[in-house]
Design a protein around this ligand. Structure first.
Ligand code: F6P
Length: 329
């Protein structure tokens, strides 16, 4: 059977306006270009660290900067996009006058994987822009995740994939290099409600708070412990890749806050990491929590606000949340 293209699939999504559909296509095109940059990077000497750092003091890879430029350049051509916020930029960048959509994005997630040719990704979130406002400011992005009109990610792995929702089902597309089109390979994705896989950076265990420590100990205890099943641990060090696995075959992904002052709010950023991934996981029947409640209820108060995150298979996440929600300070 012939697979639907992204354009064909979008035309059947009744939750999306024409402008939103067009905007999403534009982001899909930017991701194809970023995939090309990543593939060619070893020939261009572009995977090493640059001397510059981003607003959060992290060393930027040349590809982080290039991917950011591509994302902005492609999306700035879209009249629906009023403004952009990026992991790589201190402040909001203006888009089209009269645009009604805001885009927050992480142009290259998991970039520490680049040097070793492992999976990386791009993440995006689309929010409504305030009506009738000539100049968009950072505060206009401070909306809870539930306000998102669309969210998704591109995964640059063995295949290049685009996974997104524009308010309805979560759909996964694979880039067909022969035609240059995104083809629908994973329709109506659903996170299995139970799973025996967990993802957490276990090297930080000594900093974890007691509830989380206890729950991970229960998973490690396997069939002999209170959860009465054996678990496997997976950690790909790129949120896109770990969340993609959760969307396809279930499991739990945890990036907690911990006792270190720098990790008091976790590591991952609300606007362009936690909220879009929580949106996709919930649309696919899973659950996503921050420290004090559902991730999608959290309203960030800065562009680069961080939050602890717990997401994935609903039964497993519910148990993890019950065990660890008392950890929140
Ligand atoms: O954006 C940050 C990120 O690279 C995520 O993609 C990933 O899940 C996480 O950091 C990995 O963190 P750590 O290096 O602490 O394992």
């Amino acid at each position: 059977m012939r697979m639907k293209t992204l354009t064909e699939w979008l035309s059947g999504q009744e939750t999306a306006s024409d402008r939103l559909r067009r905007g999403v296509e534009r982001i899909g095109a930017a991701c194809i270009e970023i995939a090309g940059l990543i593939e060619r990077a070893p020939f261009e000497g572009q995977t090493g660290a640059l001397d510059s750092s981003n607003v959060q003091g992290e060393v930027q890879k040349a590809l982080d900067v290039l991917a950011n430029d591509v994302f902005l350049a492609r999306c700035a051509e879209e009249p629906a996009f009023a403004a952009f916020a990026s992991e790589e930029l201190d402040d909001v960048v203006a888009g089209a006058a009269g645009g009604d959509l805001l885009v927050a994005f992480d142009p290259l997630d998991g970039s520490s994987n680049l040097d070793v040719s492992m999976c990386v990704g791009s993440i995006f979130s689309i929010l409504p822009a305030p009506a009738g406002k000539a100049v968009i400011e950072a505060v206009d992005f401070f909306q809870p995740g539930r306000a998102q009109l669309a969210a998704g990610y591109a995964l640059y792995g063995p295949q290049t994939m685009l996974v997104l929702s524009v308010g309805g089902e979560v759909a996964g597309f694979t880039l067909d290099r022969a035609s240059g089109a995104w083809l629908l390979t994973h329709p109506a994705m659903q996170v299995p409600p139970d799973s025996g896989e967990y993802a957490i950076n276990a090297s930080n265990e000594r900093h974890w708070r007691p509830g989380l420590k206890g729950f991970v100990a229960d998973m490690k205890a396997g069939k002999d412990g209170p959860l009465q099943r054996d678990f496997n641990m997976r950690w790909l060090a790129a949120m896109v890749a770990d969340v993609h696995r959760v969307l396809v075959r279930g499991g739990i992904f945890i990036y907690p806050a911990d006792a270190r002052p720098k990790l008091a709010d976790g590591k991952l950023r609300v606007l362009y990491e936690c909220a879009p991934m929580a949106y996709l996981v919930e649309k696919a029947g899973g659950l996503a929590y921050a420290a004090k409640g559902p991730m999608l209820d959290l309203r960030p108060d800065t562009l680069h606000k961080r939050a602890p995150i717990l997401l994935g298979s609903r039964n497993l996440v519910a148990k993890a949340w019950e065990a660890s929600s008392g950890d929140a300070g």
